[in-house]
Structures are given as C-alpha cells and as structure tokens.
Design a protein around this ligand. Structure first.
Ligand SMILES: [Zn+2]
Length: 212
C-alpha cells in the first residue's frame, strides 16, 4: 500500500479548501482545487517532497480555480476535470462566476473525466463520482485505500452546496448525495471545499439539508 497523506490548505478570501494528496514513497503529489494564492502554492510545490504531477478540479467556480493557470504554466502539469464541467463552466467566465467578481478567468482541462471512471496516478487509485447539483458537472473524488472523499462544494459538514448559481439544482444535489455519496462506507472521511472535515456516517445522521 502506498504511503499516502492528504494536506489541507485554506486559500483566498472565499476560504476555499485546497487539498494536496502526497505519496511519501515517491514524493509526488496532486492538488485538488488550487483556488488562489499562486505564490503560496508555488512555494509548496517547489519543495522536492511535493513534486506536483497534476491538478484536479471538483468544479469550475472561480474560487476553486484561481491558481490553476499559473500552476500549469509553472509546473507544466495537466488539469483533470469532468467533461461536463469543462464544457459548461470552466470555459465560461459568467457561469464560473469570475466575471461577477471582476476577474474573468477561463480554464482548459487536459483530461476530461466521466462518471465512474477510475484512474491511477502517483500510485493512488481515484474513483470519479459525478455529483450534479451545485454545478451540473461537479465531481467528487474517492480514494478507496484512504477511505477518503474530496467532496468539492457538493457535501459540507452538516450542510450542502448552494444550488442557486447557474446550472445548479436542489433536487439534483440531494439525489447525488443520497445515491452516490451516502452509499460510501460510513467511516469515509469527507474533505469539503469549504469549512470542516466530516464523515459519511456523521452526515447521514446530522445533515439537516440532506437527511439520509
Ligand atoms: Zn462552488
């Protein structure tokens, strides 16, 4: 089994949780949602113990993608995101809300992911779970050997992501969470895009916005 660890770095004025998955055997890592603070992230990935191999995006909202283009340029790594998110949200500054905040940005994904796809990278297996609702192409990433889920803005500790942005849907986010996340093992650790870490078991009991 690979010697894997997840680090959290909370970035920017929106307090986005960026996660770094490291394989300590190889000193390789991947980053999820590098939303802001390119300088801070560049410093981390310049450390030989954090050799960046890829960028993964849970969804395309501006607060999750702010440092993507800079990291791509600096480290020459590919961006992984769901095909739907790439088409509809990453490529559109009004839908990804960056225009509204005065810094229009678009991101191009190099690897387009589908629901249920499994991939192996830096010695870790990752399962892609499409969870429409917060955005139509939002994706969670499940790492079975760590019993861990990178959840983006789909599932929060005792709450769920907003569904009033373009392509959002309240009915869909509930269906995604019940049918695709609450079926994961109870002890799965959930790493959300904002606020505290939680578990699937805790959310099934205490999530007021999406009861099991
Ligand atoms: Zn979002």
């Amino acid at each position: 089994m690979a010697n894997l660890e997840i680090f959290r770095k909370t970035l920017g004025s929106m307090g986005v949780n960026c996660y770094i998955l490291v394989n300590h055997d190889t000193d390789e890592c991947i980053v999820f949602d590098p939303g802001d603070e390119l300088g801070t992230l560049t410093e981390i990935f310049s450390d030989p113990a954090f050799n960046l191999k890829a960028i993964f995006l849970t969804h395309g909202h501006f607060d999750h993608i702010g440092a993507v283009n800079g990291l791509k340029e600096k480290f020459g790594v590919p961006v992984y995101a769901s095909r739907i998110e790439d088409e509809k949200i990453l490529s559109n500054p009004s839908i990804n809300l960056s225009s509204m905040f005065g810094f229009p940005v678009t991101v191009h994904a190099d690897e387009l992911l589908e629901d249920g796809q499994e991939l192996e990278i830096i010695g870790a297996k990752i399962k892609c779970i499409l969870t429409p609702g917060h955005t139509s192409g939002g994706m969670c990433f499940y790492i079975p050997e760590m019993e861990s889920l990178i959840a983006g803005d789909t599932l929060f500790c005792e709450s769920v992501g907003r569904t009033d942005f373009p392509t959002g849907s309240g009915a869909e986010i509930e269906r995604s969470i019940r049918e695709k996340l609450y079926v994961l093992p109870d002890n799965t650790k959930v790493f959300p895009g904002h606020m505290d870490t939680t578990t699937i078991e805790w959310e099934k009991k205490h999530n007021y916005a999406c009861p099991a």
